[in-house]
Design a protein. Structure first.
Length: 114
């Protein structure tokens, strides 16, 4: 059974930082493409950042230069370091894994106050 468990969300002031973590189990993590998505109220879920098994990364234009995705295969964990947070970054952030099938975490709330 595949499980993705996110942690690290919370309330932060604009300009602050948070680091999200996603611990995976039940999948061959090292060859899985991992990603972070977010969904704000009334909006569609969107890709924030992705990282391939080989470490290639991609980012949404809105977070380039502020967010960094990374992974530690030995820990089966993917991270999202979020700096210079803005109120428009407020959303539920979801961890995603792709390995033949798609898997989602339960989400963690990030709230950025102005």
């Amino acid at each position: 059974q595949v499980q993705l468990v996110e942690s690290g969300g919370g309330l932060v002031q604009a300009g602050g930082s948070l680091r999200l973590s996603c611990a995976a189990s039940g999948i061959i993590f090292s060859i899985s493409t991992m990603g972070w998505y977010r969904q704000a109220p009334g909006k569609q879920r969107e890709l924030v950042a992705g990282i391939s098994g080989g470490g290639n990364t991609n980012y949404a234009n809105s977070v380039k230069g502020r967010f960094t995705i990374s992974r530690v295969n030995a820990k089966k964990t993917v991270y999202l370091q979020m700096n210079s947070l803005k109120p428009e970054d407020t959303a539920v952030y979801y961890c995603h894994a792709e390995n033949v099938r798609n898997y989602w975490g339960q989400g963690t709330q990030v709230t950025v106050s102005s």
